[in-house]
Design a protein around this ligand. Structure first.
Ligand code: PSU
Ligand code: MN
Length: 307
């Protein structure tokens, strides 16, 4: 019989046992969100950034049906370079395990697995959300529903600007996902510093985020997720004019090519990367590295509170 228990990388297992800071990282960004060959280089750079800021990286994915928390370099390379790696949301995890497949975990799946593993902080680029055509396609990322019931802090640069940001914020409110700006009261727009919406809450330091998590745990009242929205500095954002033009063209192509469902996000991200001749890719990488750094400092502050 197969053993379906979660596997842990040795360093992650040790860190969790000793209460050391650990940051969860997703693998869909590697397999589907970034182009090859940069994806593997960036995946390693994200892990290094987490280490440099004092935490242990735990990239999560599925290898031959085995859920792994803390992929080793060979496993990471496999998800970054092999064709046909499946994009796995939470609902797909057991299906993929039972069929022995390789898979990359989305924000939803990574959050759920990380929380089950006892990891409290997760870094990604931008969250999934409500798609622009959702009023008739009903296309809303499972990231939102999962975060409603998963006690994890996700550091992100808001939701991808390819989405309906206002509708996504409304859904986050309905679902009870807490949202806080990191040194800002404006919700970031992934490639853009400001998506055009105000936030109710702002924090100034990793220690303050750690205090929020401690309060949530001690109250044991609200058991959902916390979005820590970390905007790019204005001078590092994608040129807004280039952004708006690329988005309009990308959305038109989406319609022309009849792309729907879970293919939408990878399609638009890859269109951005080619249409901006790498400018959006450079911005995307900066976003992820900045979030990895902040997440590691939050995890370290949370670990310091425990000792
Ligand atoms: N953010 C990125 N790149 C990505 C994604 C997010 O910068 O590739 C991925 C995440 O894994 C996220 C997923 O969970 O896209 C959302 O896909 P969908 O809209 O199909 O739920
Ligand atoms: Mn979708």
């Amino acid at each position: 019989m197969n053993d379906f228990r979660i596997s842990y990388g040795p360093e992650v297992a040790e860190a969790l046992r000793d209460g050391l800071p650990v940051v969860a990282l997703e693998s869909t960004i590697v397999s589907h969100g970034l182009p090859r060959p940069e994806n593997l280089r960036v995946a390693r750079e994200i892990e290094q950034t987490v280490r440099d800021a004092g935490a242990v990286p735990a990239t999560i994915g599925m290898i031959s049906g085995r859920l792994v928390v803390g992929l080793d370099d060979a496993q990471l390379t496999r998800l970054a370079t092999v064709d046909g790696v499946t994009k796995l949301s939470v609902r797909d995890l057991a299906l993929s395990a039972a069929t022995g497949a390789d898979g990359a975990t989305t924000v939803a799946a990574t959050s759920a697995v990380a929380a089950a593993a006892g990891i409290g902080v997760f870094a990604t680029g931008g969250l999934g959300g409500v798609h622009r055509e959702a009023a008739h396609t009903f296309d809303e990322s499972a990231d939102l529903g999962t975060l409603a019931q998963t006690p994890i802090a996700v550091v992100c640069a808001g939701v991808k600007s390819i989405l309906d940001v206002g509708a996504t914020l409304e859904r986050l409110e309905t679902l009870g996902v807490a949202v806080v700006g990191y040194r800002t009261r404006r919700f970031p727009g992934f490639y853009l510093t400001d998506a055009g919406f105000d936030l109710d809450w702002s924090v100034d330091s990793p220690e303050q985020v750690a205090a929020v998590l401690a309060a949530r745990d001690e109250h044991a009242v609200h058991t959902g997720g916390l979005l820590v929205a970390n905007p790019l500095p204005v001078e590092e954002q994608l040129d807004p004019e280039l952004h708006d033009r690329t988005l309009a063209d990308g959305l038109a192509l989406l319609e022309r090519d009849g792309i729907t469902g879970k293919a939408v996000t990878p399609y638009l991200l890859s269109y951005f990367h080619s249409a901006t001749e790498g400018a959006s890719l450079a911005v995307n990488v900066r976003i992820i590295l900045r979030n990895a750094d902040l997440a590691a400092r939050i995890a370290a502050a949370a670990a310091a509170r425990r000792t």
